[in-house]
Design a protein around this ligand. Structure first.
Ligand SMILES: CC(C)(COP(=O)(O)OP(=O)(O)OC[C@H]1O[C@@H](n2cnc3c(N)ncnc32)[C@H](O)[C@@H]1OP(=O)(O)O)[C@@H](O)C(=O)NCCC(=O)NCCSC(=O)CCS(=O)O
Ligand SMILES: Cc1cc2nc3c(=O)[nH]c(=O)nc-3n(C[C@H](O)[C@H](O)[C@H](O)COP(=O)(O)OP(=O)(O)OC[C@H]3O[C@@H](n4cnc5c(N)ncnc54)[C@H](O)[C@@H]3O)c2cc1C
Length: 411
């Protein structure tokens, strides 16, 4: 086996599975129906030590790895996708950037929030800058020792329930010079200019709000600017490097939801009888279940490998290519596996009285959020071809002209 989990990891996984079975699973349908953030689940996760797992010991956490975190996310997501997503943002993404790039004060603040159960919000996407994230227009203007933020983000997970926000913005110096992209930390409860806008009515994962977040002359002290190590000019790249951890987390939620659906389908196939025998005796279903297991194992291996890459020489975050490959595989697998699992249930799969229709709705998001499956294929292609692949017409033309010029010079 590629990943022989340690005794400690197996114990962590067993503890997560027990909490998921006893506490999280019985609440999952209610969370979906109520469309309310599951604060009682957050309390259970916090008490179990599943929020802030990646916070280093010197900041009060247990300093666990991303692979450890993935084990917990899978178990939670198998029971409740929303709870899986809470564990992601309680351990990865914004908190990863803060714990790697932040000042001592920022690290203390970030650690305090996640260890108390605050799932941080990461604010990248804008109405006119989704896949084209580098075209964001939210700006942070330096005024003495404060930055003034103006702009609008949308589809922000946890809008209205998350307290600490990591905001990506275009940074301008006092004289109006554009410096690049940086990150800014703001606590919703202590910031007048951070306004929660409209909530999106979503297909799945309904217990976690997706909202607009608007910045109206939001004042962020310079001490709360998260300075990327390569400076603002390459700030986007540095911030996205940290985001690769959350990409693995999002892929894990997809994989966990699929694993949950598969477990239900396997059990149901053994119980349900037609033609006087369990439906598991029919080869048509046996092969569907076999395919589901193959796809799940493949996705799990990629996820584990991507998570473990953070421990390698190119850490402290998961490798960009492995993270993208894992999320593509897991997100597309989850759509297929949850669809097939629903099919195994027949009409019961289509009923809102059974979990399969919720799981299928919950799985649908992951080829979109966290970088679409198309964009991630471009990320992978750029790395395997070792080429810049600009997506704007201007960028594409510039590259073509440069390549033509060097070809002519060589002839
Ligand atoms: C990166 C893109 C925005 C493509 O846009 P561009 O073509 O304008 O930019 P690039 O030249 O490709 O990239 C600029 C710079 O950044 C580096 N980069 C980009 N992505 C990464 C990464 N993941 N890890 C490390 N470095 C990265 C890139 O190499 C360039 O640096 P160099 O010039 O080469 O040195 C676009 O591909 C993209 O990623 N769009 C998706 C945006 C996205 O993922 N949004 C997520 C929002 S949060 C969310 O959805 C939460 C949901 S969840 O459940 O997690
Ligand atoms: C449930 C959910 C939660 C989210 N949470 C967050 C969050 O917490 N924080 C945050 O910042 N964002 C969040 N997002 C936003 C998410 O990151 C964006 O939706 C995503 O990056 C895509 O942007 P878009 O929706 O604007 O699609 P668009 O970029 O408009 O894309 C539309 C279609 O065109 C395709 N496309 C676009 N450009 C290209 C290209 N160059 N090549 C090939 N195909 C292309 C896309 O793949 C897609 O199919 C969330 C989204 C969802 C659904």
């Amino acid at each position: 086996m590629l990943f022989d989990l340690s005794a400690d990891q197996k114990d962590l996984q067993a503890r997560a599975r027990a909490l998921a079975a006893e506490v999280i699973a019985p609440r999952a349908a209610g969370v979906d129906r109520a469309e309310q953030y599951p604060w009682d689940n957050v309390k259970a996760l916090t008490e179990a030590g599943f929020m802030g797992m990646t916070v280093p010991k010197e900041y009060g956490g247990p300093g666990r790895s991303y692979l450890d975190t993935v084990l917990v996310i899978e178990e939670m997501a198998a029971a409740c996708g929303v709870t899986g997503r809470i564990v992601v943002e309680g351990n990865m993404g914004a908190i990863s950037a803060i714990m790697s790039y932040g000042s001592d004060a920022q690290k203390k603040l970030g650690a305090e929030h996640v260890l108390e159960g605050d799932k941080l919000a990461i604010c990248i996407t804008e109405p006119d800058a989704g896949s084209a994230a580098t075209q964001m227009t939210t700006r942070a203007d330096k005024r003495g020792d404060t930055f003034i933020l103006n702009g609008k983000k949308h589809w922000i997970t946890g809008g209205g329930v998350s307290r600490l926000h990591l905001i990506f913005a275009r940074v301008f110096d006092e004289d109006g010079t554009e410096l690049g992209i940086g990150g800014f930390l703001a606590d919703k409860d202590k910031s007048d200019g951070l306004i929660i806008g409209t909530r999106e009515p979503t297909m799945g994962l309904r217990g976690i709000p997706e909202t607009e977040v608007i910045f109206q002359d939001l004042e962020v002290p310079a001490s709360m600017a998260l300075l990327p190590p390569s400076g603002y000019k390459r700030g986007f790249a540095d911030l996205m490097s940290a985001y690769n951890a959350q990409r693995v987390g999002a892929g894990t939620v997809a994989m966990g939801v699929a694993a949950g659906a598969y477990r239900h389908a396997l059990a149901f196939a053994g119980e349900r009888e037609q033609f006087g025998r369990p439906i598991a005796e029919f080869q048509g279903l046996q092969w569907m279940l076999a395919d589901m297991s193959v796809q799940l194992e493949a996705a799990r291996s990629l996820i584990y490998r991507a998570a473990a890459s953070a421990e390698g020489p190119n850490g402290p975050f998961p490798d960009v290519t492995l993270a993208a490959q894992a999320k593509i595989m897991a997100s597309e697998m989850a759509i297929k596996v949850t669809t097939d699992a629903l099919q195994v249930f027949g009409a019961r799969g289509y009923s809102r009285n059974f979990p399969m229709e919720r799981m299928q709705r919950d799985a649908r998001m992951f080829t979109i959020g966290g970088g679409t499956a198309q964009i991630l294929r471009t990320v992978v292609a750029s790395r395997i071809l070792e080429r810049k692949l600009p997506q704007t017409r201007e960028g594409h033309l510039r590259l073509a002209e440069k390549e033509n010029a060097s070809r002519l010079a060589a002839e």
